[in-house]
Design a protein around this ligand. Structure first.
Ligand SMILES: NC(=O)c1ccc[n+]([C@@H]2O[C@H](COP(=O)([O-])OP(=O)(O)OC[C@H]3O[C@@H](n4cnc5c(N)ncnc54)[C@H](OP(=O)(O)O)[C@@H]3O)[C@@H](O)[C@H]2O)c1
Length: 276
C-alpha cells in the first residue's frame, strides 16, 4: 500500500503533496482531482501517482488527506463512504487526515459512519507557505490516533515546515492565526510598498524593501525572547520618523483593526464548519 493520498489537487493539495514528495519517495504518494488534467499535470511534475477517482486514491494509500473546499466535503464523503466500509471489511487500516477549515473530527465520523470502527482521524490546519517548506501545521490533539501514527504523519510531511499540536479547545484559535495571517500580512506588505511608491520609489523596489523589512524583522523576533512591544521601542527614537508613524497607525485604529480581523475570522471558522 502507498503511504499517502491527497483528495483534491488545489492550493493546499499541491502544497502538501509537494512536501510529501520531498519527504518520502514520490512513488509512495497518490493524488487525485475532479479535473483529471490538473491532477495528472501535478503528478507528472512531482513524479508521483495520479488516479482518476477518489475511491481509487483511498484504496491505494494508508493516510488519506481530504483537501477539498468545505462546501464540497459532504458530497465527497458521501461518495467515498462505501470505499471506507469495504476497506474496513478487508482489514485495511486507513488514517483520515482533515485540513478542511472549520470541520470537526465528528463530521467525518458521522458522514462516513465510522463510530466504533476504529478509524483514526487526524485534524490539522496547514498554511500556504507549506508549498515552499516554510509553512506551519497545527494538529488537533485527539484520542482516535496514536502517537506513532502522528509521528509517522509528521515525518511524511516534515518538508512542509513546522508543527505544533494543540488541545481541541484551542485548535481553532491557533489555526485562525496561522492560516489567515498570510492574507493580512500580504495586505500590510502591499500597503507598506504603496507608501514607498508614494514617496518616490519604483514599485519593484518598494515591494522588495517592504518584504525584506518584514522578513528580517520576523527572523529577529523569532530569535529574541523580548516582548514584541520592546522590539518596537528599539526602533522608535525620540521624535523620530518611526515614532511619528506609530502614532499615525494608533490614530487610525491599526491595532484594533488587526485584533478585530482575527476575532471575526475566528467566528467565521465556526460558521463554515457547519455542513449543510
Ligand atoms: N488555501 C489555504 O490557505 C488553506 C489553509 C488551510 C486549510 N485550507 C483548507 O484546505 C482545503 C482546500 O483548500 P484549497 O485552497 O486548496 O482549495 P482549492 O484550491 O479549491 O482546492 C480544492 C481542489 O479540490 C478539487 N475538487 C473539488 N471537488 C472535488 C471532488 N469531488 N473530488 C476531488 N477533488 C475535488 C478542486 O477542483 P476544482 O478547482 O476544479 O473545483 C480543487 O482542485 C479547504 O477545505 C480549506 O479549508 C486551505
Amino acid at each position: 500500500m502507498k503511504k499517502i493520498a491527497f483528495i483534491g489537487s488545489g492550493t493546499m493539495g499541491t502544497a502538501l503533496a509537494t512536501a510529501a514528495c520531498k519527504g518520502i519517495d514520490p512513488s509512495e504518494v497518490v493524488i487525485t482531482d475532479v479535473v483529471t488534467e490538473k491532477g495528472q499535470k501535478l503528478a507528472d511534475e512531482l513524479g508521483c501517482n495520479f488516479v482518476e477517482t477518489n475511491g481509487e486514491a483511498i484504496k491505494a494509500a494508508h493516510y488519506v488527506v481530504f483537501c477539498v473546499k468545505p462546501q464540497f466535503l459532504k458530497s465527497v464523503l458521501e461518495e467515498v463512504k462505501p470505499v471506507f466500509a469495504a476497506c474496513a471489511e478487508e482489514g485495511q487500516e486507513k488514517i483520515i487526515v482533515s485540513i478542511v477549515a472549520g470541520v470537526e473530527v465528528s463530521t467525518y465520523m458521522k458522514e462516513l459512519e465510522l463510530e466504533g470502527k476504529n478509524v483514526p482521524v487526524i485534524r490539522i490546519l496547514p498554511n500556504t507557505a507549506c508549498l515552499i517548506g516554510k509553512g506551519f501545521i497545527l494538529i488537533e490533539q485527539g484520542d482516535s490516533y496514536t502517537k506513532e501514527q502522528e509521528d509517522e504523519f509528521r515525518y511524511i510531511l516534515r518538508e512542509a515546515g513546522g508543527f505544533d499540536s494543540l488541545p481541541a479547545s484551542q485548535f481553532v484559535a491557533g489555526t485562525v492565526l496561522t492560516s489567515t495571517s498570510p492574507a493580512f500580512i500580504a495586505m500590510f506588505a502591499n500597503s507598506l510598498a504603496d507608501g514607498g511608491v508614494y514617496n518616490g520609489l519604483l514599485r519593484y523596489q518598494a515591494r522588495r524593501y517592504a518584504l525584506e523589512g518584514i522578513l528580517g524583522t520576523v527572523q529577529l523576533f523569532l530569535q529574541s525572547e523580548k516582548h514584541l512591544e520592546n522590539l518596537k521601542d528599539d526602533v522608535c527614537s525620540p521624535a523620530g520618523p518611526a515614532m511619528i508613524g506609530v502614532k499615525t497607525l494608533e490614530d487610525r485604529g491599526f491595532r484594533s483593526s488587526v485584533i478585530n480581523a482575527v476575532v471575526d475570522a475566528y467566528k467565521r471558522f465556526d460558521e463554515i464548519g457547519k455542513l449543510k
